[in-house]
Design a protein around this ligand. Structure first.
Ligand code: ZN
Length: 270
């Protein structure tokens, strides 16, 4: 048989199909290994004792060639890749998503949408950059009243944010997957930045004592979901930042050293 697989007959093609069903994956893996180590297809075929065409298909089956669009960049689907290229960007985006994001999976192509208030221009840019760093090839900005919806269509957003589901986030349990927990554990500062950028605020508490004004900066995080609130508390604990609950749905960071530490991770909004 010649070196060009197109010279194979229909009978060969049928045999290839049968072989690929019959041969155990170990033989296929061994053949690919030999081919990748530098053997020719013909030598490999002889070594494993199988038809040339069968082995040619095994050796030229590149998973990348079958991947399209966001699948190419999805670290949950790509073979041999199990973490994001930019874990800090992923964890930040996870914080934004849990705070004020929506993943709509009812459309033909799922869309991740995060609402950013107009008053925070840097946030819109940071959200756009994070989406591109994680998965998006295209990001759109949709002007709404008082805010901008930063959104990106991609079939693989649901792989990266398995917390999506019908209804509001505070009406269903929000539980992070083990792989998400370990990413947050290694990047807690990026996670709290995402949470505070979407659902938090930093404000100046002004106090006048004997005619002199003192300003105490504070942070607040407001979220209706007790699960998301728990994740916020956990990540602040990881950073050693003191917090307390003002109300059931409102967390505050007010101690001077705690505010200073949070400033380093979240930064004042601009
Ligand atoms: Zn995927």
């Amino acid at each position: 048989m010649g070196s060009n697989p197109t010279e194979g007959t229909t009978k060969d093609v049928v045999r290839v199909f049968e072989n690929s069903l019959v041969h155990p994956p170990e033989i296929r893996a061994r053949a690919r290994q030999m081919f990748l180590a530098g053997k020719t297809v013909a030598d490999t075929a002889r070594a494993v004792g199988l038809p040339y065409l069968t082995v040619w298909h095994w050796c030229n089956d590149r998973p990348e060639a079958r991947l399209q669009g966001t699948e190419l960049r999805c670290f949950r689907c790509r073979e041999g890749v199990d973490s994001p290229t930019d874990p800090a960007a992923y964890v930040y985006l996870l914080g934004l998503y849990l705070g004020d994001g929506h993943l709509v999976t009812t459309a033909r192509v799922p869309v991740l949408r995060i609402f950013c208030a107009d008053a925070w221009p840097d946030l819109i840019e940071a959200c756009d950059v994070a989406m591109r760093a994680v998965l998006a090839t295209k990001v759109q900005r949709v002007q709404k009243q008082g805010c901008v919806g930063v959104q990106s269509y991609g079939k693989h957003w649901p792989c990266l944010f398995p917390q999506h589901g019908p209804g509001k986030k505070h009406e269903r349990p929000i539980v992070l997957a083990d792989w998400q927990l370990s990413l947050v554990e290694s990047h807690p500062g990026d996670f709290v930045r995402g949470l505070f950028h979407s659902d938090g605020c930093r404000f100046a508490n002004r106090v006048t004592v004997r005619g002199k004004e003192y300003i105490y900066p504070r942070y607040m995080f407001v979220n209706e979901s007790t699960d998301i609130m728990g994740l916020c508390q956990w990540s602040l604990d990881l950073l050693g930042i003191a917090w307390r609950m003002n109300r059931r749905n409102c967390l505050s960071v007010a101690r001077r050293d705690a505010v200073a530490t949070l400033d380093r991770h979240v930064g004042p909004k601009s």
